[in-house]
Ligand binder design. Sequence first.
Ligand code: TYD
Ligand code: MG
Length: 459
Amino acid sequence: MAKDKTAYVCNNCGQESAKWIGKCPNCGQWNTFKEIHIAPETSKSIGEKLSHGVMGYANKNVPQALNKVSSTEEVRIDMLDAELNRVLGGGLVAGSMVLIGGEPGIGKSTLTLQTLLKIDKRMLYVSGEESPQQIKMRAERITNVIPDNIIILSETSLERIFAHIKNVNPELIIIDSIQTIATEAVASSAGSVTQIRESAAALLQLAKASNIPIILIGHINKEGSIAGPKVLEHIVDTVLQFEGDQHYMYRILRSIKNRFGSTSELGIYEMQQNGLRPVSNPSELLLTDEPKDLSGIAISSTIEGVRSFLVETQALVSSAAYGTPQRSATGFDQRRLNMLLAVLEKRVGFKLMQKDVFLNIAGGLRITDMAMDLSVISAVLSSNVDTPIETGWCMAGEVGLSGEVRPVSRIEQRITEAEKLGFKHIIIPRNNAQGLDHKFGIAIHPVGKVEEALRLLFG
Ligand code: TYD
Ligand code: MG
């Protein structure tokens, strides 16, 4: 038997190296290189042996002229879940491999199982973590009628899984989770980078050869970098991240890589007693129902993916108890908060140097839309001067370093959403106001500078 070769792989980004290095040249992280054993059989041959040998699929890859390649649309499977379909880019592409990553307990198995329960196809659910009884109990929480087209398999050996796939002949395969699967071809234990890479690569070969889509479930920890999903990102076609705060019932499904769709898409769910409920109107969750006269709250008209919704920004400014003031942001980029606070100091003349500033986006949501800037600044100021913003007001606008309010994308959609939810006033960037020809039933206040917005809100 040929001797095992070793290589080093970055846990964070999957970069490979022949020798150990302290700092990853690709992602810049320190101490992320881990030794892996490369089997004498490369991953390609494991996959090939299994999908061509065991499964009997012919290798279809032959050189062909580009202009002869058929460019028909991909075949997509309707997942019967509007949120999931949108995040996937319009359904699950045949022959694709999708990774659903997330912290343990967030609801990955629940989301997958409740989707399977609706789809009328022969499916193989391979669980390396739970017994068939546990999966049955979960299914019973979700529905009273369990269809007969879902085949459950408790198995962790890749070779045996392939043998069962051949017998079951499924139209969709789920692997829960990839960290529990191991192939005999490599010596290291299940969950190691080597095993995850080899097993996933072999499954990918199967997906491509057979055109059966495969959904992999993968655990990540708080830092998002435990061996696995990061390494897998290179291998799979689509990476969906399932995230949320354990203390809130809302869950966000985010697309972070998609060979077959946009990566700015977002699906929102609410965890209930009987599974995850798709939330088609996110504003319903993100705004607290009754209007309240509290300082430190500003409402922003936000867009994530293709959807607009209104979200509450909450800020608390208080005198720093210790020498160095604290700045903390939940659901918003901390560095961006620091930048906005500097703008408030320098351009608007508010002294926040000796103050603690806490910022929170309601609902445990993480927002990346730059148009949040204006509401962050307004919420901070509202808390600082202890003056509530009048109900019925909302805003959207990016703030630049000199305190200018910069234009944002799709302003009409933001205004329409605010109007739909009964808001009476919206502050928007002046440069966005020019092209607006619609008649809106909401008062529009264009501003060019942060000061103008603050004058409108606080007089
Ligand atoms: P699970 O899907 O097992 O998480 P993961 O696969 O990501 O580890 O879901 C875990 C949590 O969801 C668990 O704490 C119980 C809860 N849950 C509900 O609240 N309602 C339900 O209908 C189900 C099935 C689970
Ligand atoms: Mg699970």
